[in-house]
Design a protein around this ligand. Sequence first.
Ligand SMILES: C[S@@+](CC[C@H](N)C(=O)[O-])C[C@H]1O[C@@H](n2cnc3c(N)ncnc32)[C@H](O)[C@@H]1O
Length: 304
Amino acid sequence: MEYKKPERAQGKCTSRKKAPFGPPMQPEMSSNINSENSRVLAEIWDDLICPKKRLETHGRFLLKKLGWNNCSSIFDACLGTGADALYLLEHGHEVFTQGFDRIVGNEIDAHFRSIALAKAREKGADLAITAYDWRELGKYRDNFGSMVTTLGFDAILCMGNSLTYMFSREDQMRVLGNFKALLKEQNGLLFIDTRNYDYMRRHRNEILSDRKNFRYSSKYVYCGTDRVSIAPVKISDDELVMEYVHLHSGKVGYLTLYPFGTSEFVDLLLKTGFSEIKVFSDYVPGIRRDADFYQFICVKSPAD
Ligand SMILES: C[S@@+](CC[C@H](N)C(=O)[O-])C[C@H]1O[C@@H](n2cnc3c(N)ncnc32)[C@H](O)[C@@H]1O
């Protein structure tokens, strides 16, 4: 399924030279970020996502779409424990002879960031890591170096159900606008996804009465649910609390999230001014009511 603005410019991405980065900024505190809760989440995150299984679909999807669109400079705006960015670095040569030109990972949470950093070092991966709040990205554009100042990234990733950390419409719009501004003018791509919150909102009573009623295939994004059990423990139209129970250690973490409706999410992307939005349900084109996740590839063109 595709949503389009009437006029769309055509173009190709180009390769870039690397540039240095400025110091990371201090993120603000919240229960989702830089807290005891986020420390627990960071510790159990790789068991939850099960990178090997996730990347069989999610990683292949990103790799193919980035390669086909000749996107070689990437900003992973929410690095988490680094699974996606490190996978792309390792597999870049499958789509570009030299691999990706450069990948920058951004992670505001110090607990997640230190895990990503340790993994990158262990693998000897050429991953630059920043710690900027998405809402303030505009201020730090120059820190990415002349490549971004003059051209912009070929693609930005905001995957793993991340925009849902933003509650106010103002913040959501500002973040999307900041991502768009960091993309190159001609055919810069934003990859973004959301959980199927419509399903959770429709079935809230059933799910809240017994967590076993929460339907999730475990095939996509969060693939280790045999190790980390997940279920919503609060569902309202404007707030959802997800509980994460690590079955081996008994550790429990929570995320308080804004439960986007799918059409609301598409409207937001259109309002941000992307000229074309391609929609996928669990990585297959189109919108399926029973999907676990929806992926969106949003195209920026000079007129936007
Ligand atoms: C649900 S996690 C997804 C992580 C990773 N993309 C994945 O799929 O495993 C969302 C991430 O977004 C980051 N994040 C949330 N709000 C942010 C903000 N305002 N600025 C920068 N990063 C933020 C969090 O620290 C968290 O690591």
